[in-house]
Design a protein around this ligand. Structure first.
Ligand code: NI
Length: 205
């Protein structure tokens, strides 16, 4: 027997396991669907939310039904990552539009994970810096916690130095959801505006 056979078998088993995990995570759950996305086992990411937009209106996921949602969780006081990612999203959206993408089919959303400081007015100011069409969403501490939980977003308040200028620790992921609120794909820090544009054109057209 080849003395390295067990090693080969182990490697093959690990590759197979890795493949299954990837397959499970990206599994396409398209097909007939009557129930809401909250039904067990169908949606790993996403779900219903009730929040307040930057104009002061109460909104839920139903207000965005029929359109893709591009969702980023962050906070307006973020010194670095959030503005960088929102800038990238804005650039990708402008390119998407320039390359014939239909912006009417897409709602870019910025959901704060710092509702105590990100009031409706703060959000209204902030989203203006990231055209086109970014909707800022805030809410009560409970509403934000529920939305973040649905999207498996981690966040935690840092130490307050005493003047309220605390930082928030949070995951940085841009989610693309389809017109029925189902997960399509996500983008991370390593995605460029160009790769995002390309993916948006492929998914939405
Ligand atoms: Ni941030």
């Amino acid at each position: 027997m080849n003395p390295r056979l067990p090693l080969y078998l182990l490697t093959a088993a690990l590759i197979l396991l890795g493949g299954l995990i990837v397959l499970y995570f990206y599994m396409d759950t398209s097909g007939p669907r009557e129930k809401p996305v909250t039904s067990t086992g169908e949606a790993l990411v996403g779900g219903p939310f009730e929040l307040t937009d930057h104009k002061g209106n109460t909104v839920t996921e139903k207000d965005f039904a029929g359109r893709f949602m591009l969702i980023y969780f962050g906070y307006s006081f973020c010194p670095d990552v959030c503005p960088t990612e929102l800038q990238k999203m804005a650039l990708a959206l402008r390119q998407f539009e320039q390359q014939g993408g239909d912006m009417a089919r897409l709602s870019p959303l910025f959901i704060t994970i710092d509702p105590e400081r990100d009031t409706v007015d703060v959000m209204a100011d902030y989203v203006q810096a990231f055209p086109p069409k970014l909707t800022g969403l805030t809410g009560t501490v409970e509403q934000i916690a529920k939305a973040a939980k649905a999207y498996r977003v981690y966040y935690a308040k840092g130490d307050d130095p005493g003047d309220g200028a605390y930082l928030m620790d949070h995951s940085s992921i841009i989610f693309l959801m389809d017109g029925e609120g189902r997960y399509v794909r996500h983008f991370t820090l390593s995605d460029s505006p160009e790769s995002m544009t390309e993916a948006l054109l492929a998914a939405i057209g």
